[in-house]
Ligand binder design. Sequence first.
Ligand SMILES: NC(=O)c1ccc[n+]([C@@H]2O[C@H](COP(=O)([O-])OP(=O)(O)OC[C@H]3O[C@@H](n4cnc5c(N)ncnc54)[C@H](O)[C@@H]3O)[C@@H](O)[C@H]2O)c1
Length: 344
Amino acid sequence: MPAPLSRPVFRGAVIGLGMMGRHHARLLQDTPGVGFAGAVDPAGDQHGAVRDADRVFTSTAELLAAGVPDFAILALPTEEHLSGARELAEAGVHLLIEKPLASTAAEAREIVAACERAGVHGAVGHVERCNPALVELRRRVRAGQLGEVFLIATERVGPFPNRIRDVGVVKDLATHDLDLVRWIGGAPIAQLAAQTQHRMGRDHEDLVLVTGSLESAVSFNIIVDWLSPAKVRRTRVLGELGMLVADTLTADLTFYENGDVASEWDATRSLRGVSEGDATRYALARREPLLVEHEGFLDLLAGHPDPAVVTLQEGLETVICAEAVLESAAGGRSVSPRLDPLAA
Ligand SMILES: NC(=O)c1ccc[n+]([C@@H]2O[C@H](COP(=O)([O-])OP(=O)(O)OC[C@H]3O[C@@H](n4cnc5c(N)ncnc54)[C@H](O)[C@@H]3O)[C@@H](O)[C@H]2O)c1
């Protein structure tokens, strides 16, 4: 995490006041040192997220006419990210865009290009990177606590949230995991094989299994669905010295150490593999992930040399990987995502 920095007061707006937008609006109104320029939603403020009704606009044009904000947080349905990003970037507004960056890699590339053309900063709201359990897990992995890492396994299952209309579980949810495995593992995804299922009668898939490897040869496994009657959010990293398990619903992190209790079986240790050792649950400071995400973005705007943000390029590569997952599932074969953005 970069050191705290004194920043100018930036004025921000929220575009889309739905399930995510209302939380962004709450934070912009409550965070000291941040100005709230207003929020845009053609459906109005259905969740009562904005305290001053004069700050709710029904179009981005209206918001811009009332005064161009320094930045905007895009919390629109994913298929509307591109049109929203274009309009605001052209007005010179810096953008924090909810994940996934866009519903297709082609649209994600257009967003990257629009921001570059306009010379505005952009970042993607992969908020799981701000979950305290995952931040600490990654810090410990990088510090060598597990020795060589063998496997990163994530599980993100639960009931279907009815509001999702425009994408399937791969782009809506598994994009969290595709981002996480490469962020924790520290290397891009080299290849993957996936299976999907359609059980709810929607156009899009509602279950996905992905197995693959990073360029560093670390293996990964992802299970995501909208079919389970209980919500599970778990990331497990296995290495030569033990295993770290993060529960991102409760922000708990536990270390399961390999056992080193000597026994008469030592002669056959290589056949038996590891044994169970001590388990330690760490006490963590549990800051709100979305607030931490905002702080990273504000650091970017303030010119911090190493802001904790997910770059547009990383957001694009995650959408490319999501498309590789769908391609693999449709074709029944392994796919190597083509991460060069110019190679489309
Ligand atoms: N980071 C996370 O963990 C996380 C969680 C949920 C959703 N999301 C992402 O956030 C985005 C929004 O998801 P949501 O669950 O809040 O959806 P939602 O449907 O609850 O909200 C979207 C809102 O956008 C409004 N809207 C539609 N068109 C608009 C336009 N042109 N201008 C302004 N507002 C418009 C809708 O009226 C609605 O209120 C999606 O990209 C989704 O993937 C991220």
